[in-house]
Design a protein around this ligand. Structure first.
Ligand SMILES: NC(=O)c1ccc[n+]([C@@H]2O[C@H](COP(=O)([O-])OP(=O)(O)OC[C@H]3O[C@@H](n4cnc5c(N)ncnc54)[C@H](OP(=O)(O)O)[C@@H]3O)[C@@H](O)[C@H]2O)c1
Length: 281
């Protein structure tokens, strides 16, 4: 199956962390963000150092317990609100509209740039959640809405029931675990894939083939994984607490993986998940 990026990836350049991909609905989204799952008490310090290092996008969720710290770090940074793209999520069991308001209250912000349904509910595909998020968007509480951990079939069903495409599907995505079919589907429908656990939560950074290829480029395995996403047109959200890791993960805009090596990385696919199971295949 052809895995080359098509629909949106040719519409932007990989210049730096401030480079953006256009979303289906119009606004631009940065190409690289900071994940914040399990930062917890270190959130203010960690996000502050990330903003200083140049990150323009932060990913959080109501259940990460990082929202208060992110809001605090954002205000302390002195950076204008519109210079940071903020993503949050609501749970599948939530009243989505109320959960969005709660998230904003924790962040102490007037709007988020993107709010996602964290995962599909046990029954149905989340039409009610979607309506709640749509209301939030209409009222200016979120600039865009999308999904996370949805399969192709679940997205199709959601579109059938609501008449609207999500702008983003946030899913686990690495050379060791990904889906060419999902990439094709998202590119064909102008849905941007955001990659969670893009560094395999550290579990595969010592993989022999990955490490050898990274060494050939004079890069770390983490940088190679991030760059692989970027060249596919996938938006990675690496989490890094340490300042050195945060800096490492931003320095991915001054080298290019050859098409041959992109293909070699693709052959590492074994549907690996750092959390046990790829949820969308
Ligand atoms: N939508 C969803 O269902 C979902 C699920 C999971 C995650 N997410 C999002 O995706 C984000 C990223 O995923 P993740 O946190 O699971 O894992 P990840 O980003 O794949 O890996 C994070 C781990 O890699 C380490 N690391 C970071 N940069 C490194 C580098 N340059 N070299 C070596 N190690 C490095 C980090 O260490 P330090 O922290 O010690 O620096 C941390 O232990 C989450 O934080 C969250 O925002 C979303």
């Amino acid at each position: 199956m052809d895995i080359a990026p098509r629909a949106r990836a040719d519409q932007y350049e990989l210049i730096g962390p401030e480079s953006c991909v256009p979303l289906l609905s119009g606004p631009d989204m940065p190409l690289l963000g900071l994940g914040t799952w399990q930062l917890k008490h270190q959130t203010v310090e960690s996000v502050s150092q990330a903003l200083e290092a140049g990150y323009c996008m932060i990913d959080t969720s109501g259940d990460y317990h990082t929202q208060r710290g992110i809001g605090e770090a954002l205000r302390a940074s002195g950076r204008p609100r519109e210079s940071i793209f903020l993503i949050t999520k609501v749970e599948e069991t939530d009243d989505a509209y109320e959960a969005l308001r709660t998230n904003l209250a924790e962040l102490r912000l007037e709007y988020v740039d993107l709010v996602l349904i964290h995962r599909p509910p046990e029954r149905g595909v989340g039409e009610k959640l979607w309506q709640g998020l749509r209301r939030g968007k209409r009222e200016g509480l979120a600039r865009d809405i999308g999904v996370s951990n949805y399969s192709i079939e679940q997205i199709e069903e959601l579109v059938y029931r609501t008449g609207e495409l999500p702008v983003v599907n946030q899913i686990e995505w690495t050379p060791f675990g990904h889906s060419p079919r999902m990439l094709d589907f998202c590119h064909d429908n102008d849905i941007v894939i955001q990659s969670w656990s893009p560094l395999t939560r550290g579990t595969r950074l010592n993989d022999d083939k990955l490490a050898a290829m990274a060494a050939r480029y004079g890069r770390t395995p983490a940088q190679l994984l991030i760059r692989w996403n970027l060249q596919l047109g996938v938006v990675p959200l690496p989490k890094a607490n340490h300042a050195s890791h945060q800096r490492d993960n931003l320095h991915v805009f001054d080298f290019e993986i050859s098409q041959l090596d992109m293909a070699k990385l693709r052959t590492l696919n074994e549907h690996y998940s750092a959390l046990g199971q790829l949820q969308y295949v």
